[in-house]
Design a protein around this ligand. Structure first.
Ligand SMILES: NC(=O)c1ccc[n+]([C@@H]2O[C@H](COP(=O)([O-])OP(=O)(O)OC[C@H]3O[C@@H](n4cnc5c(N)ncnc54)[C@H](O)[C@@H]3O)[C@@H](O)[C@H]2O)c1
Length: 258
C-alpha cells in the first residue's frame, strides 16, 4: 500500500476537477482520475499535475459504464492500494438548453445517467472499498466530497434536467453521510456558483451581464481554484466533527437579499 494518501477524482481532465486534482497533488495526495476525454487531449494537464512530484493515474472511461467504473477502481487499488478521498466531480450540462415544457427524454436520460446515476453507483462502489479499508486499518479516515451546484436549489427553467440531477446529488450527500458515519467516513458537498470553465464558456456573455448587474454579492466569476480550496480544507481533516455538511462556493449567491 502506498504510504501517501490517494485522491480519486471523476471528470478531472479539465475544469473544476483539474483544479481540484492540481490542489490535492500540491497537498501531497497521489491522484487517480476517471474521465471520458482521450488521454492525448488531457496530457498537458496531467503533466502539469505530475510536475508537483505526485503520481497520476489517468483512466480513460465513462462514469455511466459499470465496467469502466469497476476497471478504474481495480486499477486504482492495484496501483496505489488505497483510496482516502473520492471527489464526485464529473458532470454535464444538457447539450441544448430547452424550456422545461419541452425537455426531451433523451436529454433527461443523458444528464441524469452521468450526473446522478453514475455518481450514485461510483459512490456506492468506493464506499464499500472504504468500509473494507477502515475495518482493516483504523488509521485510515477516508472521506467523500460531492460537487453539486447552486442548481441543487435554484430553478433554471431552461435546464430542468440539470437542476434535478444536482438536487439528487444533494440527497446522495445526505444518504451516504448518514450510512457511512458509523465507519468514520465523512461526506461533504460543495455547491459551486458560476465558475469559469468549458461548461460555462458557451453562456459567458449571459453571465458576464448578470454578474455586471450585481447578481452575486462577491462581484466576480468563480474559478476552479475557488472550489479546489474548499476541497483542500475538507481533505485536511480539520472538519472531522462534521458530516453531511454543505458549503456554498458561490460568491454569496445563495443569500436572500432585499
Ligand atoms: N462551471 C460551473 O459554473 C459549475 C457550477 C456548478 C457546478 N458545476 C459542476 O462542477 C462539475 C465540473 O464542471 P466543470 O465546469 O469543470 O465542467 P467541464 O465540462 O469543464 O468538466 C467536466 C469534466 O467531466 C468529464 N465528464 C463528463 N462526462 C463524463 C463521463 N460520462 N465520465 C467521466 N467523465 C465525464 C468531462 O470530460 C470533463 O473533464 C460538474 O459536476 C458541474 O455540474 C459547475
Amino acid at each position: 500500500m502506498l504510504d501517501k494518501k490517494v485522491a480519486v477524482i471523476t471528470g478531472a481532465a479539465r475544469g473544476i476537477g483539474f483544479g481540484i486534482a492540481s490542489q490535492l497533488a500540491k497537498d501531497g495526495f497521489a491522484i487517480a482520475i476517471l474521465d471520458v476525454i482521450a488521454p492525448k487531449q488531457a496530457a498537458e494537464n496531467m503533466d502539469s499535475i505530475r510536475s508537483t512530484g505526485q503520481p497520476v493515474l489517468y483512466f480513460n472511461g465513462d462514469l455511466t459504464n459499470k465496467k469502466d467504473r469497476s476497471d478504474f477502481l481495480n486499477k486504482v487499488l492495484d496501483t496505489y492500494g488505497r483510496i482516502d478521498c473520492l471527489v464526485n466531480n464529473a458532470g454535464v450540462a444538457p447539450k441544448v438548453r430547452t424550456d422545461v415544457l419541452e425537455t426531451t427524454e433523451e436529454s433527461f436520460d443523458f444528464v441524469m445517467d452521468i450526473n446522478l446515476k453514475g455518481t450514485f453507483f461510483m459512490t456506492q462502489a468506493v464506499a464499500n472499498i472504504m468500509i473494507k479499508q477502515v475495518t482493516e486499518n483504523a488509521d485510515i479516515r477516508p472521506l467523500i466530497i460531492n460537487i453539486a451546484s447552486m442548481s441543487s436549489y435554484t430553478s433554471s427553467t431552461s435546464r430542468g434536467e440539470y437542476c434535478i440531477s444536482k438536487a439528487g446529488i444533494s440527497m446522495i450527500t445526505k444518504l451516504f453521510a448518514d450510512r457511512l458515519s458509523e465507519y468514520g467516513i465523512n461526506v461533504y458537498e460543495i455547491r459551486p456558483g458560476i465558475i469559469f470553465t468549458d461548461m460555462t464558456k458557451t453562456v459567458k456573455e449571459k453571465y458576464d451581464k448578470l454578474i455586471g448587474e450585481g447578481l452575486i454579492p462577491i462581484n466576480r466569476w468563480g474559478y476552479p481554484q475557488d472550489i479546489a480550496n474548499a476541497v483542500s480544507v475538507f481533505c485536511s481533516g480539520k472538519l472531522g466533527y462534521s458530516t453531511g455538511e454543505v458549503i456554498n462556493i458561490d460568491g454569496g449567491f445563495h443569500l436572500r437579499r432585499l
